[in-house]
Design a protein around this ligand. Structure first.
Ligand SMILES: Cc1ncc(COP(=O)(O)O)c(C=O)c1O
Length: 268
């Protein structure tokens, strides 16, 4: 979508600790040409916004936080959605807060941004019969919104359950390649990930034992056929070849969790 607006992305690498923005690479690539920083939170872990907001403010540009994977996470005790210039959420099924179809949301304290976004989501409409510019149809379906209204009251409880599952994994898995949450982050664990070398074999063995895993993502954005960039992002490429998400959702039962841990410890 960013590219559809005519913007040309400058791709920044991930860091190898929490897989979010590599601040050193951002510092190398930031310039007066850059119009905004899009910071992507990953698996529930937020980026280092102290550093990102400082860099953005020194160039007088906004930070757009992609919080599709960090609904309910906190940065320095501040809830996602409360500190960046614009924060974007995805409410697809499987997200921490989800609907039963497609849905998303944007928050900002800046009224100009919000008005522009509202119009963009409604075919560039400024009045009932007036379209000021070419936009999209991205209106949130009322049925999906109602489903989320019912779920949102449970989100803190769900995220707490995810955090306790993550803690049990941290303490009991034989590997230490899981994400160590930074002290500025309260992680909502959209996913619990580890890094493994012989991933395909491990996926098959776990599947044979009835345990499904996920790889998000085997191909980074800069390598997608639709993007065709010539960028070389060594950390992102290493992460994509080793990352593995293991079951982590609020109602994972204790015996299921122990079964997953037992199997992973046997296999890795
Ligand atoms: C980090 C991230 N950004 C953006 C998106 C896109 O969200 P949507 O498909 O709701 O537009 C996703 C969806 O999975 C995501 O995980």
């Amino acid at each position: 979508m960013l590219i559809q607006t005519g913007a040309i992305p400058v791709w920044v690498d991930s860091n190898l600790e929490d897989y979010t923005v590599d601040i050193e690479d951002l510092n190398r690539k930031i310039s007066k040409e850059i119009k905004a920083i899009v910071a992507i939170d990953l698996f529930g872990h937020v980026c280092n916004y102290d550093k990102i907001l400082k860099i953005a403010s020194s160039f007088n540009i906004p930070v757009i936080q992609d919080a599709a994977q960090s609904f309910g996470s906190k940065f320095n005790n501040k809830i996602t959605g409360s500190y960046s210039d614009i924060t974007c959420f995805s409410f697809r099924p499987a997200k921490n807060l989800y609907c039963m179809g497609d849905g998303g949301g944007v928050v900002s304290k800046n009224e100009t941004f919000i008005n522009q976004i509202k119009m963009s989501c409604d075919h560039g409409r400024t009045d009932k019969y007036v379209h000021e510019f070419i936009g999209w149809n991205m209106r949130l379906d009322a049925i999906q919104a109602n489903i989320m209204n019912k779920l949102i009251v449970h989100i803190d409880e769900f995220n707490k359950m995810r955090r306790s599952i993550a803690q049990i994994y941290d303490e009991n898995l034989k590997t230490d390649t899981f994400v160590k949450t930074k002290n500025y982050c309260e992680n909502s664990y959209y996913q619990y990930t580890i890094r493994v070398k012989n991933r395909d074999k491990i996926i098959c063995k776990l599947r044979d034992n009835g345990i499904n895993t996920g790889v998000q993502w085997p191909i980074s954005l800069h390598q997608q056929p639709a993007i065709k960039s010539k960028y070389n992002l060594p950390n992102a490429e290493k992460i994509q070849s080793e990352i593995l998400s293991i079951p982590c959702y609020p109602y994972l039962q204790e015996d299921e969790l122990n079964y997953v841990i037992e199997n992973i410890n046997k296999i890795i």
